[in-house]
Design a protein around this ligand. Structure first.
Ligand code: MG
Length: 396
């Protein structure tokens, strides 16, 4: 295997996606929770032998890029590409030139399913070669068509379809691109640029799953594929409920959802008495079948006296992750005569989402008075109910 300190990757994302016929270029469209581009880049970010990634974007795509690609220590600032794919790759090679990596992998952003093992194969083959292309055998019989008619059947013996990432000795491919640009030659992939200057190109086995998304239907199909895998992987859907009550006593604020809200009274309890977080914690623990808040944080234990309840909820959320699952949704109903919750609702949702490390769109909060009835109506206490929906890997 190559020295891991010397391999860079270029992800070519300069297309404007005309063939995908959508509002935004195809590389920025979502399949599942992630953009096509983010999935393609992540394969290289996660690969231990790739230590720098240069994305080449289209003109005026900086905002689109920033929206889908969080910063990462391996990720260099994007550079704007040229008129053609070939010019965009040349720009990416120029941007990497100062760090002069020994090897470069050049990958199309439209192939989001590139696997670590395919990247391994290409890097491995670069150990003794200056150019490597992953290829797939051509399964269909090939026809040359002219004017809507078959002009000939093309023998497919020895034919293969080229994929990316294609791997190269950095200096060799940069030189080849410069020569092709100077000569005005144009090619549809980088292996062809290498061939043109006489660099031997070695073929390694491609990956049939590493499909190139070209049309809107390709992107829709990729989304269905990920959704299907996701549904299988997290097919154990569970709903837990939680309920909690705390008395009101003297004080000037109440902790609700991890937020301190000014109030004429305070909540009484062993911890910070956050009824909302306690109800959510119990709902999650219930969905897991792992006891309740008192099991894990007994009130008899002095270390939890005055504890921020975020600790309890974060622990429950971590238990979901430890089981390989995820929290799909949390919903809370608070019953209290006051304070008014609406002005604090978004802050509470954001707080709960942050504690659980989930998107704010997965948290609902509502509150009601008790119409003056009972202990809640008399302002002696408040109650919260919560439901949590979690998804675990299905294990019988
Ligand atoms: Mg409680």
């Amino acid at each position: 295997m190559s020295n891991p300190g010397e391999t860079a990757a270029i992800v070519v994302a300069g297309g404007v996606g005309l063939r995908a016929a959508a509002d935004i270029p195809k590389q920025y469209q979502l399949i599942g929770n992630d953009s096509v581009l983010a999935l393609a880049v992540r394969a290289f970010l996660d690969h231990p032998c790739v230590d720098a990634i240069q994305v080449v974007i289209g003109a005026e795509q900086e905002r689109l890029y920033a929206d889908v690609m969080p910063p990462h220590r391996k990720l260099r600032p994007p550079v704007a590409g040229g008129e053609t794919r070939q010019a965009s790759v040349a720009g990416g090679l120029d941007a990497l030139a100062e760090s002069s990596p020994a090897r470069v992998l050049i990958h199309d952003a439209a192939r989001p399913f590139v696997s670590a093992s395919l990247i391994d194969r290409v890097i491995e083959a670069l150990g003794g070669n200056n150019a490597v292309v992953p290829v797939l055998p051509v399964a269909s019989t090939l026809k040359r068509i002219a004017d809507g008619r078959v002009a000939e059947t093309v023998p497919r013996d020895g034919l293969a379809a080229a994929e990316t990432p294609q791997g190269f000795a950095f200096a060799a491919i940069r030189d080849a691109h410069a020569k092709a640009a100077a000569a005005g030659e144009s090619f549809t992939d980088d292996a062809a640029v290498a061939e043109w200057v006489g660099i031997p190109v070695v073929a390694v086995a491609g990956d049939p799953a590493n499909v190139k998304l070209t049309t809107a239907e390709d992107i829709a199909a990729a989304g269905r594929r990920l959704a299907g895998e996701d549904a299988l992987r997290f097919g154990d859907v569970r709903v837990g409920i939680g309920y909690d009550v705390h008395a009101l006593g003297t004080g000037h604020e109440v902790m609700l959802g991890g937020i301190a809200i000014p109030h004429s009274r305070g909540l009484v309890g062993h911890s910070d008495a956050d009824v909302v977080l306690h109800a959510i914690t119990d709902a999650i623990l219930g969905a897991l079948g792992e006891g309740d808040i008192g099991t894990h944080f007994p009130p008899s234990d002095p270390q939890w006296k005055g504890a921020p309840s975020a600790v309890f909820l974060a622990d429950a959320a971590a238990r979901v992750r430890a089981r390989g699952g995820r929290i799909a949704h949390i919903d809370v109903a608070l019953a209290a005569e006051g304070p008014k919750i609406a002005p604090h609702r978004e802050a509470m949702r954001a707080s709960i989402a942050a504690i659980c490390d989930i998107d704010i769109g997965r948290v609902g909060i509502k509150a009601t008075t008790n119409e003056g009835l009972g202990y809640i109506g008399r302002g002696e206490g408040m109650a919260a109910q919560a439901v949590a929906t979690i998804r675990l890997p299905y294990i019988r």
